[in-house]
Design a protein around this ligand. Structure first.
Ligand SMILES: Cc1cc2nc3c(=O)[nH]c(=O)nc-3n(C[C@H](O)[C@H](O)[C@H](O)COP(=O)(O)OP(=O)(O)OC[C@H]3O[C@@H](n4cnc5c(N)ncnc54)[C@H](O)[C@@H]3O)c2cc1C
Length: 494
């Protein structure tokens, strides 16, 4: 990526303790790049080692053709809740505000489809069907209509977003405490139509946040994430999310080198030894300071030495969920003929969520369709298939909703990424659904805790895991730790 030498402009700011530090950042995902950028702003010198052949990590925009009008699809992160202040701050700081557009999501567009127990319905008509489904499965009939509407919508959102094992537990969580709690609240201000059973869950949880923290907070992260994913306040980046990481890389002075896979770390008192695979060779580098910004799911397969037992145990234990995305390049945006202009549909079965990315102005270029987005066990089922089989299965299943897919020549190309099976991530993210607030914070703090001169960043070190926001938050925290780190020699002389 760069032939620049390992030296920044040390005149920028006087570093806090011991002058400018030399920091080796491992991983050119958004966490590693934000950290490298901010470290240089403070006058430190950075180099970034990236194992794969591209920067960006789990921010990955795929373009089906070349040129500015190429249909594109996000194989990694695709939207940002506007309440994510770190992410929005960097978009502005990098001069990308003019690229921000509204992101149409699940349940936001009346013409999209939702699959109920009895078949396909349009989103604008789904309320009645999901209420019927929910009422049928409810033990006893002791709840008011409004409480049933509430439960039906939360189940519908959870059903569309959560993976199979979590969906199965969800009903127990409801029937036990949540519905009893909601039954005591007046839900009429949140109804969007009593007869239809439509209710505004976002407004409800904004007014009663404590309800999301019931069940000892075990549902809190789940509720926050699914509400964020279906929020009306989501944005995307026109031209691709990867502009975020490219802009960051352009502004970093030190070298960012791809194809540098780190395979071992040895933490010593006043330096860290880093083993790097360079072609057929393994080179050991002696680094003053190291910021490890790779996922723990990858770190645990590395050769590690000099780390505490507590840290090693945290690295081993943190749970990662998979995600698989399958995208199609279609000859034309056939869904527009069916009244669909964006947003997402929910198909039951294997493929779960289908998104309709914005269509460009060039009719010759065709259109991109995010045919399937799955997480957890659902993602592993698709992820473990050979790519050609995976693509064929998805097209076949989605053709029940969109038969146009089977027209000759309609699917021009297919691409997919199974993050759970990807060498550089071994998972899509650390999702702490089903864990109480104390456990979440303990996991975060242990993941982020430095060991001598080895520091940590990445979404797993944050209070907003599995989001860009969390990756940036962790980078900012790590930069602060490095800035404040007092070398042992200074401590002894103090
Ligand atoms: C399918 C999917 C959808 C998502 N959707 C959203 C969304 O809509 N909105 C949102 O905000 N977030 C979303 N996220 C989450 C978001 O993408 C991540 O939280 C964020 O990008 C993680 O950044 P990171 O820097 O912590 O890690 P990464 O992006 O994983 O960066 C780590 C880097 O380290 C490199 N690396 C790994 N191993 C080594 C090694 N041994 N040596 C050297 N380098 C190595 C990797 O190649 C990678 O470049 C999504 C993630 C996925 C997978």
């Amino acid at each position: 990526m760069s032939n620049k030498s390992f030296a920044g402009d040390s005149s920028v700011t006087i570093a806090r303790y011991g002058g400018a530090k030399k920091v080796t950042v491992i991983g050119a995902g958004v966490a590693g790049l934000v950290a490298a950028y901010e470290l240089e702003q403070l006058g430190h010198h950075v180099e970034v080692l990236e194992g794969s052949r591209r920067i960006g990590g789990r921010i990955y925009t795929h373009r089906f053709r070349s040129g500015p009008a190429a249909p594109l699809v996000e194989l990694g992160a695709m939207r940002i809740p506007t309440k994510h202040r770190h992410a929005m701050h960097y978009i502005a700081k990098l001069g990308l505000t003019d690229k921000v557009r509204d992101f149409k999501t699940l349940f936001s567009e009346g013409d999209n489809y939702y699959t109920t127990n009895s078949g396909l319905v349009r989103v604008r008509e789904m309320a009645r069907a999901i209420v019927e489904d929910f009422r049928r499965d409810l033990p006893g009939q002791r709840y008011s209509d409004e409480t049933v509407f509430f439960g039906a919508w939360l189940m519908a959102i959870g059903n569309a977003i959560a993976p199979a094992n979590f969906r199965d537990n969800l009903r127990d969580e409801f029937s036990l405490e949540l519905l009893d709690l909601v039954e005591r609240i007046d839900l009429t201000p949140f109804l969007r139509g009593r007869a239809s059973g439509d209710i505004d869950l976002h407004a409800f949880f904004a007014a009663y946040p404590e309800v999301g923290s019931s069940r000892q907070g075990r549902l809190a992260r789940f509720i926050e994430d699914v509400l964020d994913e279906t929020s009306p306040a989501l944005v995307r980046m026109e031209g691709g999310m990867d502009q975020l990481v490219r802009r960051l890389a352009e502004r970093i002075q030190g070298p960012i080198t791809c194809g540098q896979e780190v395979i071992g770390l040895d933490v010593r008192d006043d330096h860290v030894l880093v083993d790097v695979r360079e072609g057929d060779d393994i080179v050991t580098r002696r680094c003053d300071y190291v910021l490890c910004a790779i996922p723990l799911s990858v770190l645990r397969r590395l050769w590690l030495s000099g780390l505490s037992e507590a840290k090693l145990s945290a690295i081993r234990k943190v749970e990662y969920w998979s995600a698989t995305k399958v995208a199609l390049h279609c000859r034309e945006p056939f869904w527009e003929q069916d009244g669909i202009t964006g947003g997402a549909s929910f198909c039951n079965g294997r493929i779960r969520q289908t998104y309709y990315p914005p269509v460009g102005n060039d009719p010759v270029g065709g259109a991109a369709l995010l045919a399937s987005y799955t997480i957890g066990g659902d993602a592993d089922v698709l992820g473990r298939m050979p790519a050609t089989v995976r693509h064929a299965e998805v097209i076949q299943e989605l053709s029940k909703m969109h038969p146009e897919l089977l027209r000759p020549g309609m699917v021009v190309d297919a691409v997919s990424l199974a993050w759970g099976q990807n060498w550089w991530s071994e998972g899509a993210g650390t999702i702490r659904w089903g864990k109480d607030a104390i456990t979440c914070e303990e996991e975060r703090a242990e993941a982020a805790r430095p060991e001598n001169r080895l520091f940590f960043a990445g979404e797993h070190c944050s209070s907003t895991p599995a989001w860009i926001e969390g990756a940036i938050e962790s980078a900012v925290n790590a930069v602060r730790e490095i800035q404040l780190y007092k070398p042992r020699t200074l401590l002894l002389s103090a």
